[in-house]
Design a protein around this ligand. Structure first.
Ligand SMILES: *Cc1c(COP(=O)(O)O)cnc(C)c1O
Length: 416
């Protein structure tokens, strides 16, 4: 059962009509389904039964505390990419020993804070970072757990902006340099080689690139094993795609079955860093039509959500289904669905056939991942409210920003 369905012609989130949410908190507004979040997580858990594992939710996909809290309660760890995310994960009840720290640009302060808090490991992305972590750990009298993020140079066949595992991308350590760096780390008194990992891109809709990457990673692990450098874990990253339109991503179970088959007979704990696959289809963006502007060659539906709320269409030319909250008998017309922001690139959808009137509500679907978390205040627009639906209850999990808060940190020059 989908978390978002029509009942008597009205789109609901679980048991709550979306119109009720709009009346209560206004628009634009993100709406998440607790059931959808939990069932995605449980699908991963079910497929991994019998294998020692840890699901480290890639929280950059959606970092609302209520979302993090749900996953933490289910036993998840977190994949973080900044000191801010570390603080956020801890504030949501995330346990440090379940946190992995990814990202190519970890600062001295971020490394020190993460090491002091006792995270599971640093996912190291370069030789220079490895040296920095070693130096900081030595100064703190600690041994830093590290896992090299290897760039396996496989083509994930996804959008170039979200491909990360090709040798021309900035991410990870080149495959050919990984062994030498592992040996170097293993010989250091301030570093502990915990594992090896990869993350090859996002919105992948085939199993083959994951399988190729894991095969390449395991070849490195086997070599290290023969040298007496035994790894505790392998980390297969995130990247599993979801259905936005007509994509046919592999089922979570099929993707993981292919991973588990390769790990058979090997002792490693399996770490995963799914983001989009856990949250993407568990959210929507609720928006209201401010104006209809019929014309040629385009008719426009101008809505109160914009690229600052949801930038994926503008950034990646991404498709999101856009559904009317209430069906109307009126004849349909094709619309450009655009926001109020002063950019031609401000659109949520092109050429959508809708039977709608001014004031109607629209739901921009599959907006649980890389949506609110990528939002901005461009055009001095307060960020949208966020609501989590749980059965028949809708909880505000982030209040709409006030306009005053947008410039509260700013100061004018002294007079004169
Ligand atoms: C973004 C990211 C993820 C999650 O990617 P999804 O495509 O959302 O699953 C996992 N690991 C790392 C290192 C990332 O940067």
């Amino acid at each position: 059962m989908s978390a978002f369905e029509y009942r008597d012609g009205i789109l609901h989130a679980e048991s709550v009509p979306l119109g009720d949410i709009a009346a209560q908190v206004g628009t634009p507004c993100y709406v998440y389904s607790r059931t959808a979040l939990e069932s995605a997580y449980r699908a991963f858990e079910a497929a991994l039964a019998g294998r020692e594992h840890l699901i480290c939710y890639a929280m950059k996909a959606n970092a609302n505390l209520a979302v993090l809290d749900l996953f933490a309660r289910l036993g998840a760890g977190f994949d973080i990419v900044s000191g801010g995310e570390l603080a956020r994960a801890r504030a949501a009840g995330g346990r440090a020993e379940r946190i992995v720290f990814s990202g190519v640009g970890k600062s001295e302060t971020e490394i020190r804070t993460a090491l002091a808090s006792g995270i599971l490991c640093f996912n190291v992305e370069s030789a220079a970072e490895l040296a920095r972590i070693g130096r900081i750990a030595a100064a703190m009298g600690r041994r830093a757990p590290i896992s090299l993020r290897v760039n396996p140079d496989v083509d994930p066949h996804t959008h170039p902006y979200i491909s990360t595992g090709l040798k021309e991308n900035k991410f990870g350590v080149p495959y050919g340099e990984a062994l030498a760096l592992c040996r170097q780390a293993a010989a250091s008194a301030s570093l502990q080689v915990a594992g090896l990992g990869f993350h090859i891109g996002s919105q992948l809709v085939e199993v083959a690139p994951f399988a190729d990457a894991l095969d390449r990673l395991l070849a490195l692990a086997d070599t290290l094993d023969r040298e007496g450098i035994g790894l505790r874990h392998v980390d297969i990253g995130g990247g599993l795609g979801i259905r936005y339109r007509e994509e046919r991503p592999p089922a979570i179970a099929d993707y993981l079955a292919a991973m588990l088959a390769r790990l058979d007979g090997r002792p490693y704990r399996l770490l995963l860093e799914p983001g989009r696959a856990l949250v993407g289809n568990a959210g929507l963006l609720l928006t209201r039509i401010e104006y209809l502007k019929p014309g040629t060659p385009h008719s426009f539906a101008i809505v109160d959500a914009a690229m600052n709320d949801l930038m994926r269409p503008s950034l990646y030319d991404a498709w999101h289904d856009i559904l009317p909250v209430a069906h109307r008998p009126a004849p349909a017309r094709r619309y450009e669905i655009v926001g109020p922001v002063c950019e031609t690139g401000d659109f949520l959808g092109h050429d959508r056939e809708l039977a709608v009137a001014q004031g109607d509500l629209l739901a921009v679907m599959s907006a649980g991942a890389y949506a609110m978390s990528m939002s901005s205040n461009y055009n001095s627009r307060p960020r949208a409210a966020e609501v989590m639906v749980d059965g028949a209850n809708a909880h505000i999990v982030r209040a709409r920003e006030s306009v005053e808060s947008l410039f509260a940190l700013e100061r004018r020059l002294p007079v004169g």
